[in-house]
Design a protein around this ligand. Structure first.
Ligand code: MG
Ligand code: MG
Length: 259
């Protein structure tokens, strides 16, 4: 399972990575007070299908929607619903695509209007922890180096690193080996090989790292009900520097999107 991808496979994963990146931006254009998370789901599903792909989350293990919308104390796997976003909320949007037999998977946490200074810090630190993880995703390193990079950065701000969920390889399946935890020890875990494609996705809590599963069996909440953030990108492990297959540029270079 830990074989590197061929260049042909990487190109198909890149097409998916581009589409998830553009879909996240399309969703981001619609995040605002007064909008329901169900509306965001419709925006994403329409955009993905209009581009000839399929939302791979829909029906995955019975998941009922095309995207996960996780508001405030929901870490991940929130169902889109009639909940109306309010000023000061944050909403993590996680989504994926299936195109020509390969998968895309990325996530971004959007502020709704103005957020508190504490929440702003949580967003900034979580995103930076992802980039630190990506910087460690180079050939010759081990999976534990990625987790260590994420964990040591996030914990230095007193934030909690969720351990119950992790990043993953990606290819013809959305979730492939290796698992990519957001904590770990340097020099431990499976070796990273040039051409491996992985999703790195820190889930960071403003408070402690404890989480629990909601009664619906999906939504993961923080135990202390403080907010959590989640960012995810897909990268190819390379010598020297990982290559990103998805990007937040479509979000962060669009002046109409609040991020
Ligand atoms: Mg995801
Ligand atoms: Mg993922």
């Amino acid at each position: 399972m830990l074989r590197p991808k061929t260049q042909e496979e990487i190109e198909l994963l890149r097409i998916n990575g581009e589409l998830v990146s553009k879909t996240l931006a399309e969703v981001g254009k619609n995040v605002a007070p007064g909008v329901s998370t169900k509306q965001l789901d419709r925006v994403a599903e329409t955009f993905i299908r209009d581009h000839g792909a399929v939302p791979n989350f829909l029906g995955y293990d019975g998941f009922p929607a095309s995207i996960c919308t996780s508001v405030n104390d929901v870490v991940v796997h929130g169902f889109p619903s009639d909940y109306i976003l309010r000023e000061g909320d944050i909403v993590s949007v996680d989504l994926g695509t299936l195109y020509k037999g390969y998968n895309g998977d990325s996530a971004y946490t959007f502020p709704v209007g103005e957020v508190s200074a504490e929440v702003r810090k949580l967003l900034d630190v979580t995103k930076e922890s992802l980039y630190r993880g990506i910087a460690a995703a180079v050939a010759g390193n081990r999976v534990g180096d990625i987790g260590h990079a994420v964990q040591s950065y996030a914990e230095s701000f007193g934030f909690g690193v969720v351990r119950e969920l992790e990043g993953h390889g990606i290819g013809t399946d959305m979730h492939e080996d290796p698992g990519v935890p957001n904590y770990g020890r340097q020099g431990h875990g499976p070796k990273l090989v040039d051409g491996m494609v992985i999703c790195i996705e820190p889930m960071i809590n403003a408070g402690n790292r404890g989480v629990y599963l909601a009664k619906n069996g999906w939504a993961v909440h923080t135990s202390d009900h403080k907010p959590a953030a989640h960012y995810e990108l897909t990268v190819v492990v390379r010598h020297g520097k990982a290559e990103q297959l998805s990007t937040f540029d479509y979000i962060e270079k669009d002046p109409s999107i609040n991020f």
